[in-house]
Design a protein around this ligand. Structure first.
Ligand SMILES: Nc1ncnc2c1ncn2[C@@H]1O[C@H](COP(=O)(O)OP(=O)(O)O)[C@@H](O)[C@H]1O
Ligand SMILES: [Mg+2]
Length: 233
């Protein structure tokens, strides 16, 4: 858990560092970007009939959630979801004179049609695996790593989300355990890129549609996202 939270705050952190950044919400069945960025309304089309991303917090955002009602995509079969994803990928992300520096792609869990469509159609510069300390031991993260590895998309590293909760004395309580992500990163031969604490403000920011890193100057989670942005972007 935390893939969308990390994607959104990584994109906002890159924007804060002055990069031209886009976020492609590739979770066709469960889009998060409209809520997490607080974006309402429908995207327009450009002269080439491509979708124009919606802009918020310095990030160009594209999500199926802008186009269909929540739940509509749930009954789509794989090919329909893949075709929707292609329209989002082909959006008007930038011009020749003003291209994006970075496109962050928020993926659903697993290794299904969506992931395959992406690796077949795009040249992925790097993959970041996000997991809670508990989940990292699950085969899912490992299967994803293997799949991306096979397609030649380099794994940049692992982000441990919900790494700890700071109690009232400031002591770090490892609610979901500790050490798992570092060990898994070691097994994959990649760095542990960031450890994101559990923060009430982070949860509230997600729900309120304002990326924490775009609205709060400093703090443990904000620093972790900014360091992650510097490491990958
Ligand atoms: N480090 C964190 N601290 C507090 N709340 C978090 C944290 N990470 C995730 N959450 C909460 O959990 C919810 C689900 O996380 P999300 O990023 O959507 O997971 P995924 O995309 O992997 O399904 C978020 O909306 C947010 O409210
Ligand atoms: Mg998600």
């Amino acid at each position: 858990m935390g893939k969308s939270t990390v994607s959104v705050n990584l994109a906002a952190a890159l924007a804060r560092l002055g990069r031209r950044v886009g976020l492609l919400d590739a979770d066709i069945y469960g889009p998060s970007a409209p809520t997490m960025f607080g974006i309402e309304g429908e995207p327009t089309f450009d002269a080439d009939k491509r979708l124009n991303p919606m802009e918020a917090w310095g990030v160009k955002v594209m999500s199926i959630g802008f186009i269909v009602e929540p739940g509509t995509a749930n009954i789509w079969r794989g090919p329909m979801a893949s075709s929707a994803l292609r329209s989002l990928m082909n959006a008007n992300w930038g011009t020749e004179g003003e291209p994006l520096d970075v496109l962050v792609i928020d993926l659903p869990p697993g290794t299904g049609d969506i992931q395959l469509t992406l690796v077949q159609k795009l040249k992925i510069d790097g993959v970041v695996i996000v997991s809670t300390p508990q989940e990292i031991a699950l085969v899912d993260a490992r299967r994803a790593a293997t799949m991306f590895d096979k397609t030649g998309a380099p794994i940049l590293g692992v982000v441990e989300n919900m790494a700890w909760f700071a109690d009232s004395s400031g002591a770090k309580v490892p609610i979901f355990g500790s050490g798992g992500a570092r060990a898994e990163a070691g097994r994959l031969g990649v760095p542990l890129l960031a450890e994101i604490p559990i923060e009430l403000a982070l949860r509230e920011a997600c729900d309120a549609g304002r990326p924490l890193v775009a609205t709060v100057e400093d703090g443990p989670a904000v620093r972790a996202f900014l360091d992650l942005a510097k490491a990958v972007g």
